[in-house]
Design a protein around this ligand. Sequence first.
Ligand code: NAP
Length: 296
Amino acid sequence: MKPATAGATILVGVFGDPVAHSVSPAMHNRAFEALGLDWCYLPFHVSPADLGVALRALPVLGLRGVNLTIPHKEAALAHLDSVEETARLIGAVNTVVQEKGRLAGYNTDAAGFLDTLDEAGFDPGGARAVLLGAGGAARAVAVALAGRDVAALTIIGRTPARGEAIAELVRRRCRGPVTAVAWTPAAVRQELAGADLVVNATPVGMYPRGAEPPPVPARWLPERVFVYDLVFNPPATRLVRAARRRGLRAMGGLRMLVCQGARAFRLWTGREPPRDLMEAAGRRALRARKPPADTV
Ligand code: NAP
C-alpha cells in the first residue's frame, strides 16, 4: 500500500486512553516551532481494543511515529515489526518510528532517566540505589541503573512478587546485588539509611493527591542521598520539597519526561530538540491542565 501524505506537514502524536491531559503535544510542538520544522504532534484517544488497528494505520495516514502511554506500552510489542533490545528487556515500548511502512519500537524512558542523572552530574556507578515501587516506571529505571554499574539495587514493593520480578529481570545485568524487599516501615527505614540514590516510582504525591504525605518520611533519608521523584505533576512534590528543605539534592520527574521526549524527537526527526524550551512548555501545560489524569 502506498503511504498517504499529509501535505507538507509531518505528523506524529501520542496514543493513550486517556490522553487529553498529556503534556507531550505542548513540549514537542514547542520544539518543532523552535527548530522551524513543519511538524505537528497530536493526541489520539485510542482504546486498548483498537491499538493494533491504530498502529497499522500509521503508514496509511502518513504519520512518522507515535509515543505510547497508559495503557498501551506493553500491548504494543505484539503489533510492531521490530523492537529494540532495551524495550524488549523492559517489556514496554513508548516510542514507535514508522519507516517505509515498517514499525520499529523503542523505549526512551530508561535512557531519558539516565540523561537526567548525567545532566544533574550524578554518577550512579558505585551508588547504592533504592527504588520505591515496582510498576512500569520502576522496571525502566531498574534496567537503566543495572546498566550503569550500581553497587547495589533494592526494589521496595507493596506487592512483593512485582518487586521480585524486576529483581529477577535485572540481576544478571547488575554488577552489585539486586534485592526485592516488601514495603514495611521497618524495611523502608533500614534500606533508606544506606542509600546514595532514592527513586520514587510510585504515584504517591501526584496531583490531585499532592496533599497526601510523601511515600517515605523525609527524616528517614540519610545525609548526602540524591532524591529522585518520578512524579512530574506537581514538578516539585512534597517529597522533593521536604528533601530540599533538609539540604539534600532532589529532583522531580518533569525533566525525565522532557528527556524521554527528546530522545523520541531525535528518533523521528534526526534533530536535537531544545530541552529547556520543552520543559518550559511542559510546565505551562501542567499549570493549565485539570485533574485527574497523569499521562505522558
Ligand atoms: P504503575 O505501573 O501503576 O506502578 C505503580 C507502582 O507504585 C506499583 O508498584 C504500585 O504498587 C506502587 N504504589 C502505588 N501506590 C502505592 C502506595 N500508596 N504505596 C506504595 N506503593 C504504591 O505506574 P508507573 O507507570 O510505574 O508510574 C509510577 C509513577 O511514575 C507515576 O506517578 C507516573 O506518572 C510516573 N512516571 C513518570 C515518568 C517521567 O517521565 N517522569 C515516566 C513514567 C512514569 P502495586 O505493585 O502494589 O500496585
